[in-house]
Design a protein around this ligand. Structure first.
Ligand code: URP
Ligand code: ZN
Ligand code: ZN
Length: 479
């Protein structure tokens, strides 16, 4: 039996147009967009009068299953995808991050198995290249050809864990250019991070506030320069994840002028926090430790301007959730409060290099971008939709199935109440972490109704979805 959904009186906002019409969806796909459509028998009808209707939002950079820094990220696909949908995000692209010794094919199968049958939203993966040799090259070819993966991920940071060396980087980018695969990249100079960390710790600078000085703006800027140099020589298309500052963005943007194919992502935390958050007392600063670190206010202001000017392509989250009371305490400088990976007291002083990096934010990205961007007039509605949905679909080969409200596209719709006011709190969020980095923050606007391929998952701001409704999105390189 076919499922029919009719959205009446929709004020449709795409990246480059705004139209008033009804939207008729059948079997998960948008079939008609026109005023005053006749309601077919058996249709579910939702009146969107007074609301905005956006294409489902896409978060192209999340970690749901992540073995990292001696622990595992807190969400699973049930909680992570529910949180995404409660926040209006209908598609997630997760980083598959195998260890250096792991088999890439086994890794992508493992990452897929964590989401299959559990995810409520649609999903895809970037394949992490954490080692490059003859064996992994063959595996990567097979993954692109047979596993529906159209993008890679490399880390220039995390020396000794996910990081690759320059020969591996050159070979990965050469293979990507040949296959037409986009390479997403974490750009920080790993050696500079390692040496600066050692120096600060030797000076007794061990609290969370020293995380930013250990990986300053110049270290990220060098990583970006490094990547675009390699991209220029190999012809690879690159996408720089979580760009945190002006210097990095300017390097990447000027590479475009030299014909290098580069897209730029920033993430929600950089748009709303500044480096003073990591200075909060009682180790609260650990909640704001992520890499690259959160920067000074001037960089935050620059990122907003670069978004408004179309220099930055996407706003993701880099959702990487770790509990505060246990996991973040693995780096507590007080011997009485520092815990090991089993969360038992170590009796030894920890330091900021042991704090699992990441901020849980998949649920709040779209609300924050609307509240701090659209409602304050920093960005317009077109930029909001483009950076939180459409550009990610275009760059990663999902457009026009995703990222736009158009006939033939998936019926992933977000009916948005722009006047709604609410307060973010860990006790009401759907993420699995014991804290919210945005605790007590007021937000304007929320996703009132959210659909994934025509199925209503959130209604009246309440969860009504089904675990397992999400589908894997197979992507082709060069799409
Ligand atoms: O702090 C971060 N960014 N944690 C997640 C891993 C990564 O680098 O993306
Ligand atoms: Zn990263
Ligand atoms: Zn990440």
């Amino acid at each position: 039996m076919s499922s029919i959904l009719l959205i009446r009186n929709a004020d449709i906002v795409n990246a480059d147009e705004r139209i008033k019409a009804d939207i008729l969806c059948e079997d998960g796909v948008i079939r008609k967009i026109a005023p005053d459509l006749t309601s077919p028998e058996g249709a579910t009808v939702i009146d969107a009068a007074g609301r905005l209707v956006f294409p489902g939002f896409i978060d192209p950079h999340v970690h749901i299953y992540l073995p990292f820094m001696g622990t595992f990220s807190k969400d699973d696909w049930a909680s992570g995808s529910k949180a995404a949908l409660m926040g209006g995000t209908t598609t997630l692209i997760e980083m598959c991050c195998p260890g250096r010794a792991d088999d890439p094919l086994e890794a992508i199968h493992l990452w897929k198995s964590k989401a299959a049958g559990i995810s409520s939203c649609d999903y895809s993966f970037h394949m992490g290249v954490t080692r490059f040799d003859d064996e992994s090259r063959d595996a990567l070819r097979a993954i692109v050809e047979h596993e529906g993966i159209g993008s890679f991920k490399v880390f220039l940071a995390y020396k000794g864990a996910f990081g690759i060396d320059d020969t591996e980087l050159y070979r990965t980018l050469s293979l990507s250019a040949e296959l037409g695969v986009v390479v997403t990249a974490h750009c920080e100079n790993a050696e500079l991070v390692a040496e600066t960390q050692k120096k600060l710790i030797a000076e007794g600078k061990t609290g969370p506030e020293w995380h930013e000085p250990s990986r300053p703006v110049s270290v990220e800027a060098e990583g970006c320069h490094h990547l675009v140099t390699f991209a220029g020589l190999t012809g690879a298309e690159v996408y720089v994840v979580h760009t945190s500052n002006r210097d990095a963005v300017q390097i990447l943007n000027s590479a475009r002028g030299k014909g290098i194919k580069v897209s730029i992502e920033t993430v929600a935390p950089y748009l709303v926090f500044d480096n003073t958050y990591a200075e909060k007392p009682d180790f609260e600063g650990a909640k704001y430790v992520m890499s690259p670190p959160i920067r000074a206010k001037e960089h935050q202001n620059y990122l907003w301007d670069a978004l408004a000017e179309g220099i930055i392509d996407t706003v993701a989250t880099d959702h990487a959730p770790f509990d505060f009371q246990t996991q973040k305490h693995m780096g507590h400088p007080d011997p009485a409060k520092c815990v090991d990976a089993g969360f038992q007291p170590t009796g030894k002083a920890g330091n900021f290099t042991l704090i699992p990096n990441g901020i849980p934010s998949v649920e709040e990205r779209v609300k924050l971008l609307f509240s701090h961007g659209v409602a304050t007039g920093r960005i317009d509605l077109g930029t909001f939709v483009r950076t939180a949905s459409t550009r990610a679909a275009e760059i990663f080969g999902l457009y026009p199935k995703k990222g736009v409200i158009a006939v033939g596209s998936d019926a992933d719709l977000v009916i948005w109440d722009p006047e709604w006011k609410g307060v973010i709190a860990a006790k009401t969020h759907s993420m699995a972490t014991d804290y919210s980095a945005f605790e007590g923050w007021e937000v304007t606007g929320r996703p009132e109704t959210v659909t994934v391929r025509g199925k209503v998952m959130v209604h009246g701001g309440e969860w009504c979805g089904s675990t397992g409704w999400g589908e894997f999105l197979a992507r082709k390189p060069g799409a």
